[in-house]
Design a protein around this ligand. Structure first.
Ligand code: ADP
Length: 309
């Protein structure tokens, strides 16, 4: 791997959560107390997962976010630092660290409740305080687990600074504000998010192409709709929509597949890879991640992706 000095840089603006994961025979009914089988506490949050993915997949990564002044916050920060991620722009706020309470049943169905906590303290002022970290990046990634005003501030600052701007619109509950789309170089929703952003059904590559065309017409330069095992529908600037088939693998756990894809794509784009090569690399990384259990533990390194070809 290249040294820290020569690796290209990715800054992730986003959420960090402690995932509290219980496995139980089934999901509890309202008012019911149920005996679970196992409990695990693991670092998560889309921002954290994408930062870890970009770091393992070859980029020098900075995290702009906010944890609480609590044990979870210390553990989340230490976990990022152990991956070599620069945490100079990771603030410690007054709210508790973000948590996700997750129950998974024997059929792999889940219920998830997220409390944003200190992720809500990633304010537009915090984005402005850390503009140098955005300025030092080649690629800036945002998601929607921090307050909308700060996501907009990060997108606008990154665009003004001439960075490659990626938005993973997750979780998406409806259309994005119209003035966000022209700030985005790569808009990367999954099927559900593409449907929420456009109000169109997105159940097939053809549907994804229609949704992507709407989003491109509204100003997003490139749209990549991830379609799980069916791959990625890419609607790139100046080119007809293209389906990139996913590598066929035995899926064990698809958690963090999208985060791995986005981190891998960002790491490649930061290294000035072609979009085509970046998509193919990110798909191989994401396919490897679904063959392994867990979120962050399933994210492969660049060497593992190279060895899998
Ligand atoms: P999300 O995790 O955000 O819902 P997807 O499920 O669409 O995202 O997965 C993101 C990418 O991960 C896909 O576009 C694909 O490249 C890869 N991927 C996901 N599931 C599989 C699978 N079962 N086999 C191979 N690749 C997969």
């Amino acid at each position: 791997m290249a040294s820290n000095e020569t690796r290209s840089r990715v800054t992730v603006v986003g959420s960090l959560n402690m995932d509290l994961v219980v496995r139980a025979p089934r999901l509890p009914q309202p008012g019911e107390t149920l005996a679970g089988r196992t409990f695990a506490q693991v670092a998560g949050g889309k921002g954290g997962n994408q930062a870890v993915a970009a770091a393992r997949l070859g980029a020098r990564v900075s995290m702009l976010g906010c944890v609480g002044a609590d044990a979870n916050g210390a553990q989340l920060r230490a976990g990022l630092e152990a991956e070599g991620i620069d945490c100079a722009a990771l603030e410690t706020g007054t709210q508790p660290s973000g948590v996700a309470l997750i129950v998974v049943d024997d059929a792999s169905q889940n219920t998830i409740v997220i409390v944003a906590g200190s992720n809500g303290e990633v304010t537009p002022e915090a984005i402005a305080r850390h503009e140098a970290v955005l300025g030092a990046a080649d690629v800036v990634i945002c998601q929607l687990e921090t307050p909308p005003a700060s996501v907009h501030a990060a997108l606008a600052a990154a665009r003004r600074l001439g960075k490659t701007v990626i938005l993973n619109p997750a979780p998406a509950t409806g259309p994005l504000p119209a003035d966000w789309l022209p700030l985005i170089d790569y808009l990367i929703p999954n099927e559900l998010e593409a449907a929420a952003l456009t109000g169109l059904p997105v159940d097939s590559p053809g549907d994804a192409a229609k949704a992507a065309a709407v989003l491109r017409a509204a100003g997003a330069r490139n749209v990549l709709v991830t379609l799980g095992a069916r791959g990625v529908l890419a609607a790139l600037d100046g080119a007809p929509a293209t389906l990139y088939d996913a590598p066929q693998v035995e899926a064990v756990d698809t958690t963090a597949a999208g985060d791995t894809f986005i981190g891998g794509l960002a790491a490649q784009l930061a290294q000035r890879a072609s979009v085509d090569a970046a998509i193919r690399f990110a798909q191989r990384a994401a396919a490897l991640s679904v063959t392994r259990a867990g979120a962050q533990p399933s994210i492969p390194t660049g060497a593992e992706v190279d060895a899998s070809i």
